[in-house]
Design a protein around this ligand. Structure first.
Ligand code: SF4
Length: 506
């Protein structure tokens, strides 16, 4: 374990954490998809209203948020201690703990465990961490088929699609699209299938039933792991999780190391915060907990894979580590004006929205997700919504600063000045001389020629990047110096007139 948490050599995240296109390019394509925007707008508006109603019922909501924040901060400060305690408790109760440095190691461990059972099919509970490491692809390469059993994950899997939301991975699909996917991909589905929610769920239920009853291996993530007893916890809404966690002979849980919490009393705080913030429910329908192996009851082999994949690198940044406090409720996505317009695919990472913008660049190293900290208007809605008070706007600014510093460092290594350094040097040169500053102000009047309706929509290079994603205001008709000069002259004139007409000094 000492090497696992050896922060100076902490592994970087690999797997499905990096997009193929920078956010501005992918977002531009997403914005052109009106169906996507309609689906997202409808879904996020509904979830926001539900959340607001159940949060308003709790008079101590702010105190709960503060408690959640404090528990997470304490856990991160002593993460090595709580992970060691978790490992000891799981082992003492008949489970086996595996440590995975990155996605490749985690996939090797899980694939090896499944292969050892002789199974060629597994059932899975929705688990974003297994999406992060690309587990389904790794299992497929080993000849093992993974059934996603959460309805939204099943839609994504059958549609050969990617999740676009933490909680509702198929949020970008409407009912008619889902019916078409089911008709195309499900064998034995009723050809007269309608797009009512009841009909679609029934089709999914029938499709999954055989897999539930025959699978010998279940794979899950974990919402929480309680160090003091080695108990794992999964919360869900459909009951599919309960089936995956109890029916198979072998259960494999893959968990990011940040999911550990110290004690049962802490779980009480998070079970109030999470359902209200995610689905807008007072309590989620199914909360499953298990501790090691119980003879004659449930899976008789239990493996816990503890995944780093960039988390210790994030932990090393005392400001950035706040992103590890996330309980994946998705409230920040549902209130984010950028997410609502672009959807999750534009972020290119399995963690989309505001939390993805601060978590993914830290897991992979900033350079690999450099555009994400800029994918925000910094309006602060995410901070207000976050149940564990992660200050996402400050983290975004922090990561932007890190990106600029690291880019500057790379340029210095290449004996080049960075674009920021060149811009700042030019600004310093201009501002050091009143004559140069005046000339620059006069030149800025050119901007008025390029403006329409008080806005400049496109600047020429090298300033084109500024207007690629926003308009620039047209320069004012008068510079401050001109205004000062005119005002000063007018005041002087009035004073002279006042004295000439015998009024004395005003
Ligand atoms: S950052 Fe906060 S609001 Fe966003 S998913 Fe995580 S816990 Fe929820």
């Amino acid at each position: 374990m000492s090497t696992f948490l050896g922060i100076p050599n902490a592994p970087r995240g690999v797997g499905h954490l990096r997009g193929t296109e920078p956010f501005p390019v992918a977002a531009r394509k997403a914005l052109a998809n009106t169906q996507l925007r309609r689906n997202l707008g409808r879904a996020t508006t509904t979830i926001r209203a539900k959340r607001a109603a159940v949060v308003a019922e709790l008079p101590d909501w702010e105190e709960l948020r503060t408690a959640g924040e404090a528990i997470k901060a304490h856990t991160m400060r002593h993460l090595d201690h709580f992970l060691a305690e978790l490992e000891a408790q799981v082992t003492a109760r008949g489970g086996t703990v595996h440590w995975a440095r990155d996605a490749i190691e985690a996939n090797q461990i899980v694939t090896g465990l499944v292969t050892a059972t002789g199974a060629t099919e597994v059932v899975k509970v929705k688990s974003i961490v297994t999406d992060e490491i690309g587990l389904n692809d790794a299992l497929a390469q080993a000849g093992i088929h993974a059934y996603e059993t959460d309805l939204a994950e099943l839609i994504v899997q059958l549609g050969k699609d990617r999740p676009s939301h933490i909680l509702v991975p198929a949020i970008h699909r409407n009912r008619a699209e889902i019916r078409d996917i089911f008709l195309r991909e499900m064998k034995d589905v009723d050809p007269g299938l309608t797009d009512t929610p009841a009909a679609l769920t029934e089709a999914a239920r029938l499709h999954l039933r055989r897999a539930f009853l025959s699978a010998r291996v279940g794979i899950s993530g974990a919402n929480f792991a309680i160090a003091e007893t080695g108990t794992l916890c999964v919360v869900e809404s459909e009951g599919n999780g309960r089936m995956c966690l109890t029916l198979p002979e072998t259960l494999i849980t893959v968990m990011g190391i940040e999911k550990v919490i110290p004690a049962w009393r802490d779980l009480g705080v998070f079970l109030q915060l999470l359902p209200r913030s995610s689905t807008g429910e007072r309590m989620n329908p199914y909360t499953s907990m298990w501790t090691g192996v119980t003879p004659g009851d449930g899976p008789q082999a239990f493996h816990l894979v503890l995944l780093d994949n960039g988390r210790t690198a994030a932990l090393a940044d005392e400001t950035g580590r706040q992103a590890l406090h996330c309980i994946r409720c998705s409230a920040c996505l549902n209130v984010c004006p950028v997410y609502e317009r672009t959807g999750g695919h534009a972020y290119g990472s399995v963690y989309p929205g505001p939390i993805g913008a601060v978590l993914s660049p830290q897991l992979t190293g900033i350079e690999d997700n450099a555009s994400l900290p800029y994918a925000s208007s910094l309006c602060g809605a995410c901070y207000d919504a976050c149940p564990v008070k992660i200050d996402i706007p400050s983290l975004l600014v922090h990561l932007r600063a890190r990106h600029v510093e690291e880019a500057g460092h790379r340029h210095r290594l290449a004996s080049l000045a960075s674009p920021e350094a060149i811009t700042m040097a030019a600004a310093a040169w201009v501002m050091a001389s009143p004559a140069r500053f005046g000339a620059a102000q006069r030149a800025s009047r050119l901007g008025r020629i390029m403006s329409r309706g008080g806005r400049i929509r496109r600047l020429p290079p090298p300033l084109a990047g500024w207007t690629a994603a926003r308009d620039a205001p047209a320069p004012p008709t008068q510079t401050f110096r001109q205004w000062w000069h005119t005002e000063h002259e007018r005041t002087e004139h009035e004073r002279t007139e006042h004295e000439r007409t015998g009024g004395g000094r005003p």
